[in-house]
Write a protein that binds this ligand. Sequence first.
Ligand code: ATP
Length: 291
Amino acid sequence: GALLAQMLVEPVGIILRWYDELQVAQVSLARLVGVRDIEPESGDGSVRPDGRDVRADEVRFGYREGVDVLHRVSMDVPPGTRVALVGPSGAGKSTLGRLLAGIYAPRTGRVTLGGAELSRMPAERVREHVALVNQEHHVFVGTLRDNLLLARAGAEDAELWAALGAVGADGWARALDDGLDTEVGSGGLALTPAQAQQVALARLVLADPHTLVLDEATSLLDPRAARHLERSLARVLDGRTVVAIAHRLHTAHDADVIAVVEEGRISELGSHTDLVAAGGAYAALWRSWHG
Ligand code: ATP
């Protein structure tokens, strides 16, 4: 909190280069969320993960012909670990996150979950295990119930309420005259941004993937709503493997492993203590941050 405030008041050159979005007045962990749909594609139904280890193995990827954004990136995300990807804007953090979540398939190399290649698994199977959480928190036209059932068709109302409770959204939801039957989305009840994000988090709770790729972003939520949402998010992250694309250092420093991504490569890998001691790019950033 204090650190962040200081950073906003006294932005240092290097931080501005790395984190353009700091110029946005309000920053928060938690402008999140929506279980992102992976393009449905045929996969081999017999390909199943044997374990929960997520690995990138010599992954090369680009969006355009002839331009690689990731150059032979390898990393291991053991179950239960918290990994933070940090680095300059455009370095490839979000891209790596999308590959680890199976949104895109590598050009060469492999991304595996429990030894099975994500790109060979049916998309629905990938989604049962790994979800990408980002700020595209869609509220769809329909009832609140419809919005939640997207994550788990056939869930009982009691499960939907439990999910809303798990993210701290049951208070306002129970106050709605029509409860789960309340029409939301355009034409219906206008949810606040924080409420929309909670609905998206509740969908995550229902989908219950063991691994989350969390693309953090700046938020224009007021600080109280942002703090509230951070608490909701913390509850959702608890017990899961998390790869956080950290656009700001304060959310990265307590990760089990920090991967510094620069120009499509992982240039440094280690805990905060390791990396500060190593005296490389991360250490420079951290130092500049402390003035
Ligand atoms: P930031 O912190 O600004 O989000 P990043 O490290 O997450 O940056 P990426 O978003 O992965 O970086 O972008 C890496 C490169 O890929 C950039 O050159 C970017 O312009 C390009 N890129 C990202 N997404 C797409 C896309 N959907 N289509 C085409 N190019 C893209």
